[in-house]
Design a protein. Sequence first.
Length: 431
Amino acid sequence: MSKNPAQSRRSIWGGAALAAMLCSSTSIAQEALEVWSRSGPQAAETYKAVFEAFTEKTGIPVEYLATVEFETQLQARAAARDLPDVLIYDQASMAAYATAGMVLPIVPEDISGHDQLSEASWDSVRMADGAYYGVPFSQHAQITFIRSDWRKKLGFEVPQTHDELIALATAFATQDPDGSGVDADTYGMAVPGTTDRGFFTWWLSSYMMQRGGSFVEGADGKYAVTVNSPESVAAVEWIQNLFCGSPSLVQPGALTNASATPFFAENHAGIYQTGPYAFANFDRAPGKDKYEVVIAPAGPGGKTTLTERTSIYFGATSSMPEEQKALAEFLISPEAQTLGMTAPGQPVVRLPVNTTLDAAEIYGDERWTVVAEQLEDSELMPSDIDFTTARLDIAETFQAMFSQCTGDIQGSLDGLAGRIADELSMQDALQ
């Protein structure tokens, strides 16, 4: 069996043992519904407004915690057999939480307003065994941000293809687009290359798909490993050249940066592939009039980018099942979805999952039409199986390849493919 450098994290929640422990926890009477989200201060302000509206409407008080150390704090609460009542978090974590017995299955038909959500939204919270473990809350696709002022100054059109994207990124790195008169103080692309939570994998996945490659392919709990296919090897060679070519098109320290936002905001990088949650920050700096958002330029495999979703999960130790359900029903309602887009702070509903709503109309901002269009050509990373270990391993392997620049790409990908296959086999998820 291949050795997996991420194996020690394979089941960070302890799997069946933790599930049994959580099920044996003792319920303690409480008054407020405890709700957690992984959020920074700006998003937290929006959530607070949403929960205040919920309490005003239902009389159910909410005790809310926003934290960026979500997993660490949640693990401590799991060990104490006292999980929050409701978790609002990345869709990518659902399978790990469900497998560990941390979150409860739900029946969509039992949720009032379930029919206002699309089939695709409900499919995103369905596990391989057919059970649903979350309620969809928000959705969006990664999009391409470009410094339009730099692009126009250098005489370039909006890139439509990868060749045009690389030409623009090269110009940003070599032609002094900010007019500072200083060579090499601007870069083509801002890249968040951290391996924390496997974050680099999310950034990589869009370019892998656009180049015709992939990490795995499949559905309904069965996946074939494709990360070492000829198409994927060619895709990785193209991505590696962003880091290792001459000139390098990414910012210094890209492979360790937890956030690339400052490089785009502070006039150092001209292209950034990320989510629309960045609008609020970038409208302040570099300024709304200095950048544009566009559909991903097409590579050999098309324009597909990563779908990102946020879902609502019911904590397994909760003694407030009716209140859990009431909050979920409120959060998917037109009222709460609209409030999640418009309350002061950062939007926590990017594109609404409630199909009766139009994001561009609510925001009064046509950029959301671009996000909605890109969502139609986007794909979700596997969430019906626990892809956590594979995601971490992908991030670490690619980081190592791109930091060395001269490594054996095929050999590295063959080793990675073997480890992913081992992991999927352990879950009976290998096709």
